[in-house]
Design a protein around this ligand. Structure first.
Ligand SMILES: [Zn+2]
Length: 426
């Protein structure tokens, strides 16, 4: 499966430098003897990770690799027969996994209706986990130049196994060749086996300068991610552009239903089918979001500030895809939106633009002309916004994008966390 993991990180001390991280996948050509060694190492490594995971889970999630090292290192070496570097790496692998899960939990708060029927949200923490994370798949994390290195002028990869060092031929899929131009630095690699073939997934890093000037962006674009349209944008020239989202939601909902049916069957062939459908579905959604984010970035050019709402913990109960349950609809939207956000961030920043997240309070209730906040001004059925104070009237998605744009201009003029506040009226 061709799947590029994109992470991005802004360097706060030097705001014009940006770190880009990618995962490069190489295929290794192995002899049966090497495969056995890899398998043995990967199984021991996974078992050691589970041992560390149990410890982390039952001790209140300590994340300091140093203190974990003091308590566990010797035991890992003895129990699982791992060498020094690999024993150390299990600690990093486990803590990194728990940190990722912590972030995922933060993104999906627990939601319930209180006695007044109002939705309440509770931020989830790692304490919500009811069992330790399990490392099922045999894998090994290899540190560059210690556990693996490129040798013979890059013709071979040398990998340290539990017994001896092996030198292997490898191939680079076409797409990943660009990362071998010398501008990327390689870090830790994961040794994994898929359907009997061994791969090395190497993380590659590069620091790129962005030309983005936060005080003087060429465009400030408010991006509203709504139900009927995936995206509505608004910039100071008043331009609006729509991307139809209904087909997308319906297609993804169909996928969800098929998935639910297969899951309830539980047979072996259903499971196989489920796997292939999930893969197809993810590739399709990723493709839609890639095209959408690319279109947005191309439309506005460099030095654009894209402004998005922070939708963490926001429900979308205005749904009208009534054949699905509310939970399913929310799952569909939140994942699609989150992915679009990630893709847009990455593409914007690689082309000298930036994305900021702003508070979503009242962005659909506020009149963009006179500033009045009044819930009833928004008519969900007709998708209109009609201001009861100044008479301004427009499409409700457009109003959302205009308000988000307004928050973006507040940010440019120096407000660090712009948000709308409702004034108390007597
Ligand atoms: Zn108004």
């Amino acid at each position: 499966m061709m799947y590029v993991i994109i992470e991005y990180e802004q360097n706060l001390r030097q705001p014009n430098l940006m770190k880009v991280v990618k995962t490069i996948k190489l295929r290794l050509y192995t002899e049966p003897e090497t495969e056995l060694q890899f398998q043995d190492m990967a199984e021991r490594y996974a078992r050691a990770c589970n041992f560390v995971s149990d410890f982390v889970f039952s001790n209140g999630f300590p994340f300091s690799v140093n203190s974990l090292h003091k308590g566990l290192y010797q035991e890992i070496r003895l129990r699982f027969g791992l060498k020094a570097q690999l024993s150390q790496s299990t600690l990093k692998t486990v803590t990194a996994r728990y940190k990722t899960i912590r972030e995922q939990l933060r993104q999906h708060p627990y939601r319930y209706q209180d006695e007044k029927g109002k939705w309440q949200y509770i931020q989830k923490t790692l304490n919500w986990l009811y069992k330790p994370v399990v490392f099922r798949r045999p894998q090994t994390d290899l540190v560059r130049n210690r556990d693996y290195s490129f040798v013979e002028k890059g013709q071979r990869i040398s990998i340290n196994t539990l017994g001896k060092r092996v030198k292997l031929r490898y191939s680079i899929p076409e797409y990943y060749r660009q990362f071998f131009d010398g501008s990327w630095s390689f870090g830790t690699a994961k040794l994994v086996s898929l359907k009997g073939i061994w791969y090395l997934h190497i993380s590659a890093k590069k620091t790129v300068a962005t030309t983005f000037d936060k005080n003087r962006p060429a465009h400030v674009v408010g991006v509203d991610r709504g139900l009927r349209f995936v995206v509505t944008t608004y910039d100071k020239t008043g331009e609006c552009c729509f991307a139809k989202g209904k087909d997308i939601l319906e297609k993804r909902s169909t996928f969800l239903q098929v998935r639910a049916e297969l899951q309830s069957k539980g047979t072996k062939s259903a499971k196989r089918k489920l796997k292939s459908i999930s893969g197809r579905e993810n590739r399709w959604m990723a493709d839609v979001n890639h095209r959408l984010s690319k279109a947005l970035v191309n439309k506005y050019g460099p030095n654009t500030l894209f402004v998005l709402e922070d939708l963490t913990g926001v429900s979308f109960d205005e749904g009208n895809l009534s054949s699905r349950t509310k939970g399913q609809r929310n799952e569909v939207r939140s994942w699609a939106f989150y992915q679009l956000e990630q893709f847009l961030k990455y593409k914007a920043e690689s082309s000298g633009s930036a994305v900021i997240m702003v508070a979503s309070d009242y962005t659909s209730q506020r009149c963009p002309k006179c500033g009045r906040i009044h819930k009833e001004n928004r008519h969900r059925k007709t998708h209109e916004y009609i201001c009861d104070s100044c008479g301004y009237c427009s499409n409700d998605d457009r109003v959302g994008a205009m308000n988000i744009h307004e928050l973006g201009t507040m940010y440019v003029s120096g407000k660090r966390k712009p948000r709308f506040v409702k004034r108390k009226t007597g």
